[in-house]
Design a protein around this ligand. Structure first.
Ligand SMILES: NC(=O)c1ccc[n+]([C@@H]2O[C@H](COP(=O)([O-])OP(=O)(O)OC[C@H]3O[C@@H](n4cnc5c(N)ncnc54)[C@H](OP(=O)(O)O)[C@@H]3O)[C@@H](O)[C@H]2O)c1
Length: 237
């Protein structure tokens, strides 16, 4: 079986890989800045910046020529920057964010779903949106909110039309997870983070492993009758 994990160099992506790796399958791991070096069998890593949509499309097509199709796709790449007041966000910043969090994922889905249907192959997809949608986002993450909300709508749509062709697609809404994303946000300091944690009914952030376990379940046959759903993993928020 062939797996694609985007955002595989991130806090959550790394745990997903650890959780689902077997040496009988092939793993194609996408990263942007943090190079992935793995000496495990059948693991292939690719540097792809999702701001460069042509590069992404070429990379996907090149891999597909070799392997014919993916069986599992985990859309984990995401970027909440620029984390700043909407009115101070430039057009390019809005565009870049939407390219990374929405358009790239659409390209990946477009390139794979039709292919698998034509070849009568199943495809199981897990997408990561964000629980920020439940609060209509913050004042500082409108492009990210747009992309994540749009992806949820896309998933419902694709699931509705393509489930009958062995395409199974679900979505996870992580709440606050202790990973690179929350730590690296400009202007999101430790004090703000503690205050944010206080709002969670469970009073603690989730761990990347919490999310990875849910991804593993949604990829497995144990969830074979779950289609087109969004599941929150957010400490009760
Ligand atoms: N952590 C949270 O609290 C939280 C909450 C809600 C939703 N999420 C979602 O969960 C997913 C994983 O997040 P995380 O916590 O693991 O964040 P993270 O540690 O910051 O990892 C983000 C991943 O996305 C990749 N990425 C960022 N910009 C990219 C670009 N321009 N092109 C290609 N890849 C790019 C990063 O690659 P490099 O590191 O190699 O640059 C990294 O692999 C994301 O979709 C995020 O939106 C996270």
């Amino acid at each position: 079986m062939n797996y694609l994990i985007t955002g595989a160099s991130g806090g959550i992506g790394k745990e997903i890989f650890k959780e689902i790796y077997t040496n009988e399958d092939k793993f194609f791991l996408f990263y942007n800045k943090k190079k992935i070096i793995s000496n495990k069998r059948n693991v292939f890593s690719f540097k792809v910046n999702f701001k460069n949509l042509n590069q992404l499309e070429k990379t996907i097509k090149k891999i597909l020529i070799k392997i014919k199709n993916f069986d599992y796709i985990i859309n984990c790449a995401g970027n909440a920057n620029p984390y700043k007041e909407f009115f101070n966000t430039s057009t390019n910043e809005i565009k870049d964010n939407i390219d990374i969090n929405l358009i790239s994922h659409l390209i990946i889905l477009r390139e794979n779903i039709e292919r698998n249907i034509k070849n009568n192959k199943s495809l199981t997809i897990v997408n990561l949106s964000s629980n920020t949608i439940s609060f209509n986002g913050s004042q500082k993450n409108i492009p990210y909110l747009c992309s994540k909300a749009a992806m949820e709508a896309v998933i419902k749509n694709l699931s509705k039309y393509y489930s009958k062709f062995k395409i199974r697609i679900n979505n996870i809404r992580p709440g606050v997870i202790n990973s690179g994303m929350t730590k690296n946000l400009k202007g999101y300091d430790k004090k703000r983070f503690r205050k944010r944690i206080g709002l969670i009914p469970g009073k603690k952030p989730g761990s990347p492993t919490d999310v990875a376990s849910l991804v593993k379940f949604l990829l497995s046959d144990k969830s074979k009758f779950i289609y087109g759903q969004t599941i929150s993993i957010s400490g009760g928020e």
